[in-house]
Structure formats: structure tokens, C-alpha cells
Write a protein that binds this ligand. Structure first.
Ligand SMILES: Nc1nc2c(ncn2[C@@H]2O[C@H](COP(=O)(O)OP(=O)(O)OP(=O)(O)O)[C@@H](O)[C@H]2O)c(=O)[nH]1
Ligand SMILES: [Mg+2]
Length: 455
């Protein structure tokens, strides 16, 4: 697809050592050549060859004496069009003047994600791969990065493309019965039973993909895990030993932690935001009370809670008055080294179920606590670790497609071909939306608006 205008944008964040500007479109080389001068003209440089030159502004003012330029001719570029990159010294002014120069030579500023949108529209990437580019940039954990890379590699898109073509095949079969109702073509047609079998097999594959949704959400977004409980039981000490660094202040004075402290960690493959909270108790201290309010807010937004108590003290008195949802809370009895004798089993039992013994001084008991955490989080998420997991948008499309395919089955049974065709068409639209087949501008705009400028 040829676009009329040539776009430019900063491709590096302000404040770095280098300022990288990207230019894409039919006039990319001409516009960049108006600003950049090297020993050889830009248009004559070998493709993908980085050459040193001087960068001038709109009115021929010197911007940067040493600016590298590279041209990547279509179709072997990121966008599939002629693409030029200028790498000059970092600095807000060099970037600003260079962009101004390009605008005065006929370029326009790119919208967020427009380079990737062009790559998609030029067939360089399918829509799921284009989304993976944004995921890769915004990945906040090793797990999210891994998923983005699997998606970018394209095997997920290829599987969806196959399913899309399978739906079209079935739809064509059904529609041929609408087109030639009178003719005796039955011999060439699949039987209704065969059509149903094909749809059933398709459903199984799509349902398997859909089942990875929860795992995908966890891996991409992570979970909030609050460490809460009465004061002085060792909550901050646990945070520190889990992180392997002295992040929170620990002291023997109850009420040490006032403000909630957050840190990121990966436990049993789960990206976790760990939140240490102020101990909950009756207190006359105004600041401590504000801290406790924060603790309660954090408890409410937590996906999981370690409710920590002192193993050497009566537990019933340490349960507090908080409403703790049983599916979210894991009870921890810390300071197990202070027990007169070692617990018979870990986890043990108490009035509210399992009790995990730990010692924050040496980290003992933590592995069992992590096992419980992993089991709770991954339980029922359906897919295996290491497999690709669908995103919320893909899952939404899959769910709608599955409903349409399920609705088509009885229609085929009844030989209500028109209704069956309508269901198959809807299924086709939904599956196509995942990879960008016949997708509307509205959907594309919504997806690419989430990108950063210059990507
Ligand atoms: N013996 C023993 N002492 C511990 C253990 N964990 C923490 N402590 C000690 O208990 C005291 C309180 O620890 P903190 O980690 O500050 O406790 P906290 O629950 O964060 O307290 P607040 O912030 O006041 O709510 C410190 O003196 C720690 O060294 C443990 O497992 N065994
Ligand atoms: Mg503390």
C-alpha cells in the first residue's frame, strides 16, 4: 500500500546520549538529503550502511557536525517503505531543529504507532505481531517480555491465520448449498456430520487458546501481593528477605513502617508487586493511623495477602478485625525460631486452615510459602507454563468466535444453512480481527493509539 505522505518522528526518548529520528515514506530520502550532507549523497549510500555526515536545519543552520545517517530502501525496511534514520547527538534542541527541518521539507509528524501501522498495512507484520511490538516496549517483567517475543515471532499469528482459513473453507461449503440449492451436487459436499466434526475440532483448538487467558493476564500485568498483619511481627523483615536486599526499615519498635513500601519481584514465575504495609492496631498516633488507612486500601486492592503473625504469640489475638477473603489470604506464622520446639509440619493447621511457618532472619520456610503462592495463582489457569498465552483482546475475539461456532452446530444439524452461514461469518470476522484480516479503521486506530510516538 502506498501512502501519500512521508512521516517523521523522534525514535529515542529525550535526555539520552543520542537523538534518533525516523523518516518513512516515498520522500524519506529526499527530505533527509535536504538536511544531511556526507561524503556521498544519502541516495547513493549502500542500503543499511551507517555513514557520517553533517546535519543542517531548515535555513541551513548547522545542527550537528557528526550525524550518522542510514537508508533502508523499500520493501526491506521496518515499514516496508523507504526509511531513513538520522542519529545525532542527544539533546532536545538538536531533535527539535532536525524535526523542524524535515517538516519544512514536506514531511509530517507521525502519529503514535504510525510506523508500525504502516508495517502492518504493508504486510510486514500481522496485527498480533504489531501489538507485540507495543507489548515488548511496555513489558514490565521478564515474563511479559517473553510473551511479547513469542507473539512477535509470529507463530501465534500463523495459527490464527490457519483457523481463519479453516472457517472460510467451512463457510464456503455452507454457502455453496445456498447458491445451488436445486442442483444435485451433494456428492461433492462434505456431509453435515463432517462439517460438524470440523467445527468441533476447531472449537477444541480455540478453547485451548482461550484457556491461556488468565495465565496471560498474570504474566503481562503481574499481581499485587500485600504483606499485612499486626505490628512488629516481621512483615518488613519478610519483604527484605524475599527481595534479598534491605529495602524496608526493620526495628523492634512496633509501628516502624508508616508508609507502604512497594517493590517488584518474580516468584514461581509470577511477576509480583510486593507491598509492605503498616502494622494494624489501635493507635493514638495520627501519622501511624494514616499509614494504617493506606494498609487497608492496599489490602482491598491486593490480589493476594500474606497475613503475618508472630508464631510465638497466641494467634487468635493476631487475626485482627479485617475481612480477609479466604481465596486471597495465606496465613504466615513468622519468628518460628522463637517457638519452644520446631513445628511438627510446615504448613501446619490452625483455626483458619493452613499456617505457613517462616523465619525472616534466615529465610527458612519461604520456599514452602512460594509453593503455596504458585499453586494458588496457577491453579485452574489451564495452560502450561512456557506456552504462548493470549491477551485480553485476543481472548475477547476468541470468546465471541467460539459462541458463534457453537451456535452453528445445531443449525447444521437442522440443515438451516442460511443461519449456519451467518454464524460462520461472524466467527470469521472475530478470528480475522485478531490478526487484522478485514479489520475496521476504528479497531486499528484504537490499537495503534496505545503505541508511543516514533514506533
Ligand atoms: N527472632 C526473630 N525475629 C524476627 C523475625 N522477623 C523479624 N524479627 C524481628 O522483629 C522485629 C520487628 O520486625 P519488623 O520487620 O520491623 O516487623 P514489622 O511487622 O514490619 O513491624 P511494623 O512495621 O512495626 O508493623 C525486628 O527486631 C526484627 O529483627 C524472625 O523471623 N525471628
Ligand atoms: Mg514494618
Amino acid at each position: 500500500m502506498a501512502f501519500e505522505d512521508t512521516i517523521c518522528a523522534p525514535a529515542s526518548a529525550p535526555g539520552g546520549a543520542l537523538a534518533i529520528i525516523r523518516i518513512s515514506g516515498a520522500e524519506a530520502v529526499a527530505a533527509a538529503s535536504a538536511l544531511w550532507r556526507g561524503r556521498r549523497p544519502l541516495a547513493e549510500l549502500p542500503a543499511r550502511y551507517l555513514a557520517l555526515g553533517t546535519l543542517y536545519g531548515a535555513d541551513d543552520t548547522l545542527i550537528d557536525r557528526s550525524c550518522l545517517a542510514v537508508r533502508m530502501p523499500e520493501p526491506h525496511s521496518y515499514t516496508g517503505e523507504d526509511l531513513v534514520e538520522l542519529h545525532c547527538h542527544g539533546g532536545a534542541l538538536t531533535m527539535h531543529l532536525a524535526l523542524q527541518g524535515l517538516l519544512s521539507h514536506g514531511c509530517r509528524m507521525a502519529e503514535p504507532g504510525e510506523f508500525t501501522k504502516r508495517a502492518f498495512l504493508n504486510g510486514k507484520l500481522d496485527l498480533s505481531q504489531a501489538e507485540a511490538v507495543a507489548d515488548l516496549i511496555s513489558a514490565g517483567s521478564a515474563q511479559a517480555l517473553k510473551l511479547a517475543n513469542i507473539q512477535l515471532e509470529g507463530s501465534f499469528g500463523r495459527q490464527i491465520k490457519q483457523e481463519y482459513e479453516q472457517i472460510i473453507q467451512i463457510l464456503t461449503e455452507i454457502e455453496s448449498r445456498l447458491d445451488f440449492p436445486e442442483e444435485d451436487l451433494e456428492l461433492d459436499w462434505l456431509s453435515p456430520q463432517q462439517l460438524q466434526n470440523n467445527i468441533a475440532a476447531l472449537l477444541l483448538r480455540l478453547e485451548k487458546l482461550l484457556a491461556s487467558r488468565r495465565r496471560g493476564e498474570i504474566m503481562r500485568q503481574g499481581l499485587n501481593l500485600a504483606i499485612a498483619g499486626p505490628p512488629n511481627v516481621g512483615k518488613s523483615s519478610l519483604l527484605n528477605v524475599i527481595l534479598g536486599q534491605e529495602r524496608a526499615i526493620v526495628s523492634e519498635i512496633p509501628g516502624t513502617t508508616r508508609d507502604s513500601i512497594e517493590a517488584s519481584v518474580s516468584l514461581r514465575g509470577i511477576p509480583i508487586r510486593l507491598i509492605d504495609t503498616a502494622g494494624l492496631r489501635h493507635s493514638g498516633d495520627a501519622i501511624e493511623r494514616i499509614g494504617m488507612q493506606h494498609s487497608r486500601t492496599n489490602l482491598a486492592r491486593a490480589d493476594l495477602i500474606f497475613w503475618v503473625m508472630d508464631a510465638s504469640q497466641p494467634l487468635a489475638e493476631q487475626l485482627g478485625n479485617e475481612e480477609l477473603p479466604p481465596d486471597k489470604v495465606i496465613y504466615v506464622a513468622n519468628k518460628m525460631d522463637r517457638l519452644p520446639e520446631a513445628p511438627k509440619s510446615n504448613p501446619g493447621d490452625f483455626s483458619r486452615g493452613k499456617l505457613f511457618y517462616t523465619c525472616a532472619l534466615d529465610g527458612s520456610g519461604l520456599e514452602r510459602l512460594y509453593d503455596e503462592l504458585g499453586a494458588r495463582v496457577w491453579q485452574g489457569t489451564g495452560s502450561e507454563s512456557g506456552e504462548f498465552c493470549v491477551s485480553a483482546r485476543h481472548a475477547d475475539c476468541l470468546q465471541k468466535a467460539i459462541a458463534e461456532l457453537q451456535a452453528a452446530l445445531p443449525m447444521i444439524e437442522d440443515q438451516a444453512w442460511e443461519l449456519a452461514a451467518a454464524n460462520m461469518q461472524q466467527a470469521m470476522v472475530q478470528i480475522g480481527e485478531i490478526i487484522g484480516e478485514n479489520v475496521s479503521d476504528r479497531i486499528l486506530d484504537a490499537i495503534f493509539a496505545k503505541f508511543c510516538i516514533g514506533k
